[in-house]
Design a protein around this ligand. Structure first.
Ligand SMILES: [Fe+2]
Length: 362
């Protein structure tokens, strides 16, 4: 049995594979047919840290700083991101978007003929810059020049899929502060003589970028690179490597991850909002502004966060989340046979469609 006290146990969910295959079509997944995996018993990953011992010092990435896309029309992008709740501006000839009240670029958009992932940027833990350079050298990963449209700050490299990665030797900016949420749920009684409906929708805008998931045709190789060279850790997986969630040490259950596909691409990015009310109000706002229907409201299985996704104008997704699991060095990764949602409607059939062009060799 794994360590970790009352952490969820993967075997509790074995047998729900039928739900997954019925509700979660995977049109681009090149892996094993469901019939070959249906009888497989969930397995535990080896414990990658031991609670009573300090982590091995490899968690050099402290979080996701921003992501960047090439898109064909910056004015369309600007309107969409503003409707989502971000503030936009121009920087170095690119469109950038930020969360209100947070001094950190969260999205960068570079004009190009077709939408595709441009780069991802992470922050490093203080004092780890030299260790990162050594790890890159050991793995034979060269430092590169920044791609056009990006800043020159930090270290630049390419991951095994060829995606440009920027590592910034700086801390994460604080998320916009949020009021404490007092609940009267379960056995908890915290709120007295307060009409919740009068304040529940006062603060509904994104506070910070939390995570992003990318498509990849080589999830094992990508996972090895991001864990062994850049020090992220596997939080959990679905169906072996159909979906892989990675963490950066104590904090959010996942800040990055991969979805198996025929080729690389950007799947979604997710922004924290202060409450489940904020998610629902955001979905209402997008509907009122005429945007396509999304997916949600629901609660995810892996990560446990409440969610709502909207399709972006380029065939990928943007998400609000709230109440994501917080993990520490005691977390034990598992491989789960579960659908992505604990409750709510199933995802639309287009949810796992990778609309990005197959990349050419660079
Ligand atoms: Fe997400």
């Amino acid at each position: 049995m794994p360590e970790g006290g009352d952490q969820p146990q993967p075997r509790q969910h074995a047998g729900r594979l039928g739900d997954l295959t019925a509700q979660y079509p995977v049109p681009n997944h090149p892996g094993v047919p469901p019939s070959q995996t249906a009888g497989r018993v969930s397995k535990l990953y080896a414990v990658f840290t031991v609670c009573s011992l300090p982590a091995k010092g490899k968690a050099v990435i402290s979080g996701l700083h921003h992501y960047a896309l090439e898109v064909p029309d910056l004015s369309v992008a600007e309107g969409f991101l503003q409707d989502f709740g971000l503030e936009t501006g121009e920087k170095d000839g690119s469109l950038v978007a930020m969360c209100p009240g947070r001094q950190q670029e969260q999205v960068r958009l570079v004009e190009a003929p077709a939408k595709r992932l441009h780069h991802v940027t992470f922050t490093l833990r203080p004092g780890t810059n030299d260790a990162v350079r050594e790890a890159l050298e050991r793995s034979g990963t060269p430092v590169i020049e920044p791609p056009p449209g990006a800043t020159e700050d930090g270290l630049w490299l390419r991951d095994p899929d060829g995606t440009a990665v920027q590592l910034l030797d700086e801390p994460q900016a604080p998320a916009r502060p949020a009021a404490e949420v007092l609940v009267n749920m379960g056995g908890t009684r915290q709120r007295f003589d307060v009409a919740q409906w009068r304040t529940a929708t006062e603060d509904v805008l994104p506070r910070r970028l939390g995570h992003s998931l990318l498509f990849t045709a080589q999830p094992a190789r990508m996972t090895d690179f991001y864990t062994q060279v850049l020090g992220l850790r596997v939080s959990d997986t679905i169906h072996h490597d159909l979906v892989t969630f990675l963490n950066a040490g104590p904090g959010d259950h996942h800040i990055f991850g991969f979805i198996s596909s025929t080729h690389r691409g950007f799947h979604h990015a997710s922004f924290e909002v202060p409450s489940i009310d904020a998610i629902a109000v955001g979905a209402d706002r997008m509907r009122a502004k005429g945007h396509q229907t999304g997916w949600g409201l629901g609660r995810h299985t892996i990560g446990s966060n409440f969610f709502h996704y909207n399709p972006d104008p380029w065939g990928s997704w943007i998400e609000w989340f709230s109440d994501i699991d917080q993990i520490d060095d005691c977390w034990v990764a598992g491989d789960w046979d579960v659908p992505p949602h604990l409750w709510g409607t199933p995802p639309p059939e287009t949810f796992l469609a990778n609309s990005e062009p197959t990349p050419t060799k660079e």
